[in-house]
Design a protein around this ligand. Structure first.
Ligand code: TXA
Ligand code: MG
Length: 343
């Protein structure tokens, strides 16, 4: 259902809310990516999310609420850190992990004693939450382990026939999933980097800890501190490599082997177009994707670019290495996971 992203039509929101009330699944835009929503207080509805996505049931879901006051029914503790962060970053792309109350079904938490909560900023998500009157559990609206959707078409490509409805509010602005911060520990732990950076969080609550980005230590077995931290995740169909050497030499050799190559580059158009003209202008097997040299803009474009390359049946995606600075942390994290070998 097409919906206005800034002033969502109440009658369309009402239809979506009705589906959720009946136990159905509705995909909807947030300021990060599209979510796949169900009534968070009904274990059976939530179970359908796992079925539709093919998601392992021990991977907990984020619960979305329309305003901070509503989390009190869901969490048994609301520490000072939580209050400060909520005040500063909600509504917005920050998920806080806190001890749950008995109102939160096991289906949401994967059986664990904590729950991730956030207040999304997107007007459609907000209107839907206001209208249903209950919290909405929503993971990204993609098949498990695949790329998150930033457009309704991406949701359709993965979940057609598996869900009741999609609210199509056009492309999402943020482009990467929310930052996930565990507040149940003495020192808060960054479980998933996202659009809110560690520096922004530390400016409010002081030092936090980070899981090492390349956390291959988190295996497919055993308890999952943050299953989104599984090494391979957020992956396109093509093999993705972050290539530190001379990309042009690499591209020539891949093309010679018959690969269809996509290249994500922050180089200037002059730099790569000279190459493309000389070697590959006539080569339909090379797609060059110019990327912004700004972390927020890069994040906003990344998944849509990878979805497009997948759509062109590219077999290999080369990515220029990214700056090591903190503002690029979330983008580096997703690309590292997208490039990790299959488990
Ligand atoms: O931006 C987002 O966060 C989007 C939109 C729809 O809100 N949602 C999203 O959900 O990305 P999902 O399920 O794809 O990723 C949620 C991440 C997973 O890595 C999950 O393991 C972690 O949050 N998570 C959720 N609840 C948790 C909990 N109680 N403890 C630890 N990690 C949790
Ligand atoms: Mg996801």
């Amino acid at each position: 259902m097409k919906i206005d992203a800034t002033l969502p039509e109440p009658e369309i929101i009402a239809r979506a809310a009705e589906i959720l009330h009946g136990g159905g699944l509705v995909a909807f835009p947030t300021e990060t990516v599209y979510g796949l929503g169900a009534n968070a207080l009904e274990g059976e509805s939530v179970a359908r999310i796992y079925e539709a996505k093919g998601r392992p049931s021990r991977n907990p879901l984020i619960v979305h609420v329309s305003e901070a006051a509503e989390v009190h029914a869901l969490v048994s503790e609301w520490p000072e850190h939580a209050a400060l962060l909520a005040q500063k970053f909600w509504p917005g792309p920050l998920t806080l992990v806190l001890p749950r109350t008995a109102r939160v079904p096991d289906a949401v938490t994967g059986g664990g004693e904590t729950v991730g909560v956030r207040v999304p900023a997107h007007p459609v998500a907000h209107a839907l939450l206001k209208t249903t009157g209950f919290p909405i559990a929503a993971p990204s609206a993609n098949l498990s382990l695949q790329l998150s959707p930033t457009r309704a078409e991406h949701v359709l490509a993965g979940l057609t026939g598996r869900i009741e409805a999609i609210l199509d509010g056009g492309p999402t602005s943020g482009g990467l999933e929310s930052t996930v911060l565990d507040l149940t520990r003495p020192v808060p732990l960054l479980l998933r980097p996202g659009l809110i950076t560690p520096a922004q969080i530390e400016a409010v609550i002081g030092p936090i800890e980070r899981l090492s980005t390349n956390s291959h230590a988190v295996s497919a077995q055993g308890p999952l501190p943050a299953p989104g931290m599984l090494s391979r995740h957020y992956a396109p169909h093509a093999t993705l490599e972050i290539y530190p050497g001379d990309p042009l030499a690499r591209i020539v050799s891949l093309l010679a082997k018959g690969e269809r190559v996509g290249w994500l580059t922050r180089r200037s158009r002059e730099e790569w177009s000279a190459f493309a003209d000389a070697n590959a202008e006539a080569d339909p097997h090379l797609s060059i994707a110019p990327m912004p040299d700004d972390p927020a803009l890069y994040a906003s474009d990344l998944y849509a670019t990878l979805h497009t390359l997948d759509g062109q049946s590219v077999t290999r995606i080369l990515v220029d290495p990214l700056p090591e600075s903190d503002d690029w942390l979330a983008v580096r994290d997703r690309l590292q996971r997208a490039s990790a070998p299959d488990l």
